[in-house]
Ligand binder design. Structure first.
Ligand SMILES: Nc1ncnc2c1ncn2[C@@H]1O[C@H](COP(=O)(O)OP(=O)(O)OP(=O)(O)O)[C@@H](O)[C@H]1O
Length: 343
């Protein structure tokens, strides 16, 4: 029981241990990386007690230490790249969406952010030879945007060769032109997408913790979780914390949530894909209408930032913004009935 372990920390009795666990501080590691202000606010513990608890956890957990370049390299060698199945976009991203990273897709309404998350829930399942990661998807749906019908469309929209490969891998008898075999294949794809609706921001934070458990349970299975999509990352936070005075609290919660997501990425070699709106009202204090909501914290946490912009008809401009080791640039794709396609 995590509560019992936490009680070994000086100054932590049963009641405090309960408060810590309830608020997501379940291990020495999660406490060690918290700030006193964050812990004090979220777990209702005095700031100086929080500071003592954090220091004790840091000693006990031996975190904040250094690791050798070789260890970092070893972990980085495991990084997988998830193809969009669009060469121009893959080239822009240096191969695709990376595991062990947060990728943020932002843009105005209708720019195709949800379409990207659906497409990746399909693509992640493909074989590595076909640009996938041979894994499943956790989909945290905050705006009721998940549509199994779109998954159906997108599976049908895959190349025939890929469909034939997938049928073979999943031991489905038949060919892509065979209706029954296609139905079976689509059901198999849907089976590897684990969807949960988040009703508010606290629920969303809780679901990220559940996602970690689920990813742990699947780690050694035939279908490990290779992507966690959060669509939308910011909508609930934006709706619930409206005043300027609440901005700091909102950022703190969002920060914790992003840390939880990043942790899943690191622990299970999973890609984290989050969507974010741009401010639609230039008068609002959210500022520049082409800036993503969430401010600096999100800007720093997401290692890849992609700005989606509507162009003519179903054309969309995919812009890479501030990526480490990659040149900023743009690619073009189309959002079609069968999914995301090259221009
Ligand atoms: N079945 C479909 N066939 C063709 N195009 C579709 C289909 N479904 C969605 N689209 C396209 O996707 C667009 C909506 O994209 P999406 O819902 O991903 O936007 P979003 O960026 O998530 O928007 P919001 O911020 O409002 O959630 C539509 O405008 C349409 O162009």
């Amino acid at each position: 029981m995590p509560e019992d372990e936490l009680e070994d920390l000086p100054g932590v009795g049963p009641a405090t241990a309960d408060k810590l666990v309830e608020n997501g501080f379940e291990s020495y590691q999660s406490i060690a990386v918290a700030s006193p202000g964050e812990m004090s606010n979220t777990a209702d513990i005095g700031e100086s007690s929080a500071s003592d608890i954090i220091n004790a956890a840091r000693e006990a957990a031996d975190v904040g230490g250094f690791e050798t370049g070789a260890t970092v390299l070893e972990r980085r060698e495991e990084i997988g790249k998830l193809s969009w199945q669009i060469d121009e976009v893959d080239d822009l991203l240096g191969g695709g969406i990376e595991t062990q990273s947060i990728t943020e897709v932002y843009g105005e309404f209708g720019s195709g952010k949800s379409q990207v998350t659906h497409q990746m829930a399909v693509n992640v399942q493909l074989s590595k030879e076909n640009g996938g990661l041979e894994g499943g998807c956790i989909f945290v749906d905050t705006e009721d945007t998940f549509r199994p019908e779109r998954i159906d469309d997108m599976v049908r929209g895959l190349d025939d060769e890929i469909l034939a490969d997938e049928m073979e891998r999943r031991e489905i008898e038949g060919t892509p032109s065979d209706d029954e075999a296609m139905e079976e294949l689509i059901a198999a794809f849907l089976d590897q997408i684990h969807v949960a609706k988040a009703f508010n921001s606290n629920h969303q934070i809780l679901l990220a913790e559940k996602a970690k458990e689920l990813a742990g349970e699947h780690e050694e299975s035939e279908w490990p979780i290779r992507i966690v999509c959060v669509d939308s990352l910011t909508a609930h936070f934006r709706a619930e914390y409206v005043g300027r005075g609440e901005l700091a609290e909102r950022q703190q919660k969002l920060n914790k949530h992003l840390h939880d997501l990043m942790r899943i990425g690191d622990l299970f070699n999973t890609a984290i894909l989050v969507t974010n709106q741009v401010a639609s009202n230039p008068d609002s204090y959210f500022g520049d209408p082409t800036q993503a909501i969430g401010g600096n914290i999100l800007g720093h946490a997401s290692t890849f930032r992609i700005y989606l912009r509507k162009s003519k008809g179903n054309k969309r401009i995919v812009r890479l913004v501030d990526a480490p080791n990659l040149a900023d640039g743009e690619a073009v794709m189309r959002v079609q009935g069968e999914g995301l396609k090259p221009e």
